[in-house]
Design a protein around this ligand. Structure first.
Ligand code: FES
Ligand code: MG
Length: 593
C-alpha cells in the first residue's frame, strides 16, 4: 500500500479557475477548454496540484532540447505523486545561435514566464534549466511570482574527444582559432575539431556559464541535491527528472516557495561555490539579477568579500583539465559543498527544494575522483574568486584572478615589487565588428604590453551585452607565443574562455561611462591591491573629452533591429546591477498580491 498524500497546507490556487462556486460561469468556461483534450472534471476539481513544466527545450535550443524527452519522466513523477501536469513553452534561448546576442533573451524569457505562471491555473512549476541564460531567466521568474518551483537541469553533454584528448565545448574554439591563426589548421580541420567537443545532447561540457549556473541553482537549493552535474544522456538524468516531478507536488502541498529558499545565506553559498568550481564571470550578473527579483540584498562587493579567497577545487576546462562527465563521476556539487563545509564556508541551515537543509544534503558527500574535485590541501589555485574593480575607467567591473598567469604578470608588471599592479597602453575597439576587422591589421600597433579595450558591448550598446571581451591577440603575437593580452570591456566574456579580462564594466559607453572617453594610446593602470582601474590622463583632459562627447550627442551605437531590442534598451539597467528590466524589480511575490 502506498502512503497517503500529504495534506495541503493551504488551498490550491488553481481552484480559483476550476472549482469556484462563486463564479460558475467562468469555472465552466475554464473547465470546458481544459477538458477538451481528455482531462476529466474529477482531475481538475479535486485537490490535485496542477504543475507546470516550463519547457525551454526546442529545435531552436539544442542545449536544452533533451528536456522534451525528460519532461515525459517529469510527468510520470507528477502523476505518481498525485498531481496534474501542464507543459508549456518558454521563449527559446540558444547561447551560440541567437543573433545579435542571447543576452537579449534572458529578460524576454523572464517576462514571458512571469506572465505564464501568473496568468494560468498553476500551483507549482518545474523549471527546465540548462543553456546559459535559461537558468537565470527561469529562476528570476520563479522569484518574482513566488510559487513553489523546482529546477531540473538538462545536464551537460558527454565529454568531447579528439585523438585521445578531451575537447571541451565552447573552450576548444579558443584553442582552435589560435591554431588556425598560426596556420596549423585549415577551415575544414577547424570546423571538425570544434565539432568533436559536442558529442551528444546536453549543454556545454566545460565549466562555462551553463555548468556554472546549473551548479549554482543546486547550490542555491533550487534543484535536487546531486542533480546538476549528471550528464544529459545518463540514465540518472531521466531518474532525477522523475524524482523532480514527484517532489514538486509535495512542495505545493508544503507550500515551500522560492522565498523560503532564496535567502541571503543561499546567495552567499552560491558565491562561495562559484569560486570553488571556477565559475563563469556571467554568474555575478545573473545572481545579482536573481537576488534583485527575489528582493534580497546581495551587492557586487559580496563577490569579492565572500568569494575572492576561496580556492579553485574543480578541475574542469577552461581553468583545468576535465569535463562534465568527470565532474559528475567525482561527486558533483554535493562533494564540492561538503569540502567547503569542512572549511566552515557554507551556511548549512539554508533550506533546499527537498525540504532539507544544504548541510544535511551534503554533509556526507564524498569526493570520488580526487584529481577532478580537489580538497583545500590539493587545490588547483588559491584566490579563485573575482576582484571587483573601480576607478576613473568605470564604476565597477570584475576580474577573474585565477586565469592570470605568471608570464602575464611579467609582461605587464609596472613595479617588480608589486606583482598585483600592472599597466600598459590601450588599443580601443568600438564593438566586436570593429575588433574583427582590425585585430590582425599591423596598423593597429598592438604589442605584447597592449591592453585591448572593447566598448559598445554593454546591455544598451550591443543590446543584451555581448560575450566579446575575450579578444585574442593578433596573429603575429600568437606566432611568438603570446596567447593572451589583458582585455577590458563593457561587455561580457564567455564562461568557456580563460582570457585575463576585466569585464562587465559599468556604466557602459552607451550609458555615458568613462570607457567611452578612453582613446587608443592612453595608458591604463590596474591595481589589484586597491581594486583601482584608472586611465592615466589628467582629470581636466577627461572632462574636456566628456564635453566633446556630449557635444557629439553621446556614444554612438547601432540602431535597434527588432522591437524587443528597442524596448529592452529603454528599460535595462547596467551589468553591475544584473542588467534587469528595472521597472520589473518592484513586482515580487505577485501571486499573493
Ligand atoms: Fe548552450 Fe553552452 S551554448 S550551454
Ligand atoms: Mg555564453
Amino acid at each position: 500500500m502506498t502512503a497517503p498524500f500529504k495534506p495541503l497546507k493551504k488551498p490550491l490556487r488553481s481552484r480559483a479557475w476550476f472549482n469556484n462556486p462563486d463564479n460558475p460561469d467562468m469555472t465552466a468556461l475554464y473547465l470546458e477548454r481544459y477538458l477538451n483534450y481528455g482531462l476529466t472534471r474529477e482531475e481538475l476539481q479535486s485537490d490535485k496540484p496542477i504543475i507546470g513544466i516550463a519547457q525551454t527545450g526546442s529545435d531552436l535550443s539544442p542545449c536544452n532540447r533533451h528536456h522534451i524527452e525528460l519532461a515525459k519522466r517529469v510527468r510520470e513523477g507528477i502523476r505518481e505523486a498525485g498531481g496534474i501536469c501542464m507543459e508549456f513553452p518558454v521563449h527559446p534561448i540558444q547561447e551560440t545561435g541567437k543573433r545579435p546576442t542571447a543576452g537579449l533573451d534572458r529578460n524576454l524569457a523572464y517576462l514571458g514566464l512571469v506572465e505564464s505562471l501568473y496568468g494560468y491555473p498553476l500551483d507549482g512549476v518545474v523549471l527546465t534549466i540548462g543553456c546559459d541564460k535559461t537558468t537565470p531567466a527561469c529562476l528570476m521568474a520563479a522569484a518574482t511570482v513566488d510559487m513553489p518551483a523546482i529546477a531540473l537541469s538538462v545536464g551537460p553533454m558527454l565529454n568531447g574527444w579528439h585523438r585521445g584528448e578531451r575537447t571541451g565545448s565552447g573552450t576548444i574554439i579558443w584553442k582552435a582559432r589560435e591554431m588556425m591563426a598560426r596556420g596549423d589548421l585549415d577551415y575544414e580541420g577547424f570546423i571538425d575539431l570544434v565539432a568533436t567537443s559536442a558529442p551528444s545532447v546536453g549543454y556545454c561540457n566545460t565549466m562555462g556559464t551553463a555548468t556554472t549556473m546549473n551548479s549554482l541553482a543546486e547550490a542555491l537549493g533550487m534543484s535536487l541535491p546531486g542533480s546538476a552535474a549528471i550528464p544529459a544522456p545518463y540514465r540518472e538524468r531521466a531518474q532525477v527528472a522523475y524524482e523532480t516531478g514527484r517532489r514538486i507536488v509535495d512542495m505545493v502541498r508544503e507550500d515551500l516557495k522560492p522565498s523560503d529558499i532564496l535567502t541571503k545565506e543561499a546567495f552567499h553559498n552560491a558565491i562561495v561555490v562559484n569560486s570553488a568550481i571556477g565559475g563563469s564571470t556571467n554568474a555575478p550578473i545573473h545572481l545579482t539579477a536573481l537576488a534583485r527579483h527575489a528582493h534580497v540584498d546581495v551587492p557586487l562587493e559580496d563577490w569579492q568579500t565572500k568569494g575572492l579567497h576561496v580556492p579553485l577545487l574543480v578541475n574542469l576546462q577552461p581553468a583545468g583539465a576535465y569535463l562534465g562527465e568527470d565532474y559528475h563521476q567525482a561527486g558533483g556539487v554535493p562533494a564540492v559543498v561538503a569540502e567547503l563545509m569542512r572549511q566552515g564556508l557554507i551556511h548549512e541551515g539554508a533550506m533546499t527544494v527537498n525540504g532539507m537543509t544544504m548541510g544535511d544534503n551534503c554533509r556526507n558527500a564524498e569526493i570520488v575522483l580526487p584529481d577532478v574535485i580537489r580538497t583545500f590541501d590539493t587545490a588547483l589555485k588559491t584566490d579563485a574568486g573575482f576582484v571587483v574593480l573601480s576607478g576613473s575607467l568605470f564604476n565597477s567591473a570584475v576580474m577573474k584572478l585565477s586565469v592570470i598567469s605568471p608570464e602575464f604578470r611579467d609582461r605587464y608588471l609596472s613595479n617588480p615589487d608589486d606583482p598585483n599592479a600592472f599597466e600598459g597602453p590601450v588599443v580601443v575597439f568600438d564593438g566586436p565588428e570593429d575588433y574583427h576587422h582590425r585585430i590582425d591589421d599591423p596598423a593597429t600597433g598592438i604589442t605584447e604590453q597592449t591592453l585591448l579595450v572593447m566598448r559598445g558591448a554593454g546591455p544598451i550598446g550591443y543590446p543584451g551585452a555581448a560575450e566579446v571581451v575575450n579578444m585574442r591577440p593578433p596573429a603575429h603575437l600568437i606566432k611568438k607565443g603570446i596567447t593572451a593580452l589583458a582585455c577590458i570591456g563593457d561587455g561580457r566574456q564567455s564562461g568557456t574562455s580563460g582570457s585575463p579580462s576585466i569585464l562587465n564594466a559599468s556604466p557602459e559607453a552607451a550609458a555615458g561611462g568613462n570607457i567611452a572617453l578612453i582613446q587608443t594610446g592612453d595608458r591604463v593602470r590596474i591595481d589589484l591591491n586597491t581594486g583601482r582601474a584608472d586611465i592615466l590622463i589628467p582629470e581636466a583632459e577627461l572632462a574636456e573629452r566628456r564635453e566633446g562627447l556630449k557635444a557629439a550627442g553621446g556614444y554612438a551605437y547601432p540602431a535597434s533591429q527588432t522591437p524587443w531590442q528597442e524596448i529592452q534598451r529603454s528599460m535595462v539597467g547596467q551589468l553591475e546591477t544584473g542588467a534587469v528590466l528595472e521597472s520589473a524589480v518592484k513586482y515580487h511575490r505577485i501571486i499573493d498580491t
